[in-house]
Write a protein that binds this ligand. Sequence first.
Ligand SMILES: [Zn+2]
Length: 131
Amino acid sequence: MIKEMKIIKYTTLKECFFAFSGLGTIGQLDKTVRFVGIDGSNKEYNIGALKWINNPNINCWGWARFDTKTIHIWISPDCDTKELIGCIAHEAAHLRRPKFKDTQKEEQKALNTELDAKFAYESTMEIMNND
Ligand SMILES: [Zn+2]
């Protein structure tokens, strides 16, 4: 782990989300926040907060806070190594600078890092198992 970053784990998605949503109610966030990413079946998702929290379609989710260099993460018992690596890499990318002012560009940066991390994991497993 990169030394200056910390990880805080939550037992439930709700807890993790409420920590994230400290500035507003879920109802307010539902109107303004979209959740985008790649689910466990490698499909892109882009949904409102309420729909998402009731059916996240993912086994881990996190958010990152730059001033404390902290990744906040919820991990379901069904989460596999590849999904968790992708999630941590995604949030770590949000702690990297430069940060794009355009939120879609910033999200794309994190998504690319997530995909690279998953590719690195799969490649590593394949290489290690073939030796
Ligand atoms: Zn992100």
